[in-house]
Design a protein around this ligand. Structure first.
Ligand code: HPA
Ligand code: ZN
Length: 349
């Protein structure tokens, strides 16, 4: 009889699961105290310096409004020290969620445009990554993403920077920002170059537009995972394709509610994704900006869908499986999750 846990017992089970986070933006991961500190250093950037006003600032009318707020926070990040602060802050937060590994989306174009020298960005990432492992036991990898709103110039600069610098831990090329009016296909040459150089393709698609964008990400960009992919449930053929080809979705439920892409967690199409056998992973996107935590995502989805502990553990295993971590690390973490599946769920009560 599968065991369904709720409340604190469910949370204890989720907490004990070793987890991988596959969709988190570096700037969007800044904790509230970090944002307040950075905003205090640059009061003219338009980001509130008081906690209550910041909470208000982090309430979104719609997706374009969220992107505006995100850009304002990004403009606070000016040098290598800020990058190091972001990376180590994220690592501490990941460790508190018992996340062992994360692929972190970094948008070099935004930082370079804001005047940060490329080597400061790279040094901040490298020193932050080393500290993440040494101080928090968290392994970090990078996804460099193209901010879609900045078009082909951003695509060119991001791809050239990624392939020229090729920093340790860089595993993928991404594509973020708005989808409406920013077709995926125009970015095909950049994704081709990146894939030929050995980077994986992980664009956002189907977060704010329909299934056609996801098809385009698959066909034009060779997407190996889809950022969000929420609208795939509008197209049964696409659901079948994703399941058959085992293309994982980086689902970010709380983000989708906060940016008003879905009405509520209960109204999220995640149940239909799972019922179709799609490889679903749970992620936070921009955790403090959405009031999300990784454990909170697992617990909320498990409660909303009435998942058994084995199904919750499978979501954690999906993320390990869908990640670009080493085969050895995948085997270790999968074995750890399997051991938890065998544990008596009532021991978490
Ligand atoms: N979608 C697109 N762009 C973004 C996001 C997102 O969820 N978060 C930060 N930039
Ligand atoms: Zn995202």
């Amino acid at each position: 009889m599968p065991e369904i846990l709720t409340g604190p017992a469910l949370y204890a089970f989720v907490r004990a699961l070793p987890k991988a986070e596959l969709h988190v933006h570096l700037v969007g991961s800044a904790s509230l105290p970090t944002v307040l500190t950075l905003a205090g250093r640059r009061p003219s950037a338009g980001v509130p310096t008081e906690p209550a006003a910041l909470a208000d600032f982090f309430t979104y009318q719609d997706f374009p409004h969220f992107l505006k707020v995100y850009a304002a926070v990004s403009s606070l990040v000016r040098d290598g020290r800020d990058i190091h602060t972001l990376v180590t802050g994220l690592a501490a937060d990941l460790a508190a969620q018992n996340a062992r590994y994360a692929e972190v989306t970094v948008t070099p174009y935004s930082h370079l445009r804001a005047g940060m020298p490329g080597d400061e960005l790279l040094t901040g990432l490298a020193t932050g990554c080393a500290a993440a492992l040494a101080e928090h036991g968290v392994e970090l990898a990078w996804c460099f993403d193209i901010p879609g709103e900045d078009g082909l110039e951003a695509a060119e600069e991001t791809t050239v920077f990624a392939l020229r610098e090729r920093p340790d831990g860089l595993v993928s090329l991404g594509l973020g920002g708005p989808e409406l009016g920013v077709g995926r296909a125009q970015f095909a040459p950049y994704f081709t170059r990146a894939r030929e150089a050995g980077l994986h393709s992980v664009p956002h698609a189907g977060e704010t537009t329909g299934p056609a964008t996801i098809w385009s990400a698959l066909h034009d960009l060779g997407a190996e995972r889809i950022g969000h992919g929420t609208s795939c449930t509008d197209d049964p053929a696409l659901l079948n394709y994703l399941a058959l080809h085992r293309i994982p979705l980086e689902v970010c439920p709380t983000s989708n509610v906060a940016t008003r892409q879905v009405p509520s967690l209960a109204g999220h199409p995640i149940r239909r994704m799972l019922d179709h056998g799609v490889l679903v992973t749970l992620n936070t996107d921009d955790p403090p900006m959405f009031g999300a935590t990784l454990n909170g995502e697992y617990a909320a989805v498990a409660e909303a869908l009435g998942l058994a502990t084995t199904e919750v553990a499978r979501l954690a295993a999906n993320a390990v499986n869908a990640s670009f971590m080493s085969a050895g690390r995948k085997t270790e973490l999968t074995a750890e999750i399997q051991r938890m599946m065998l544990q008596d769920p009532s021991s978490f009560a």
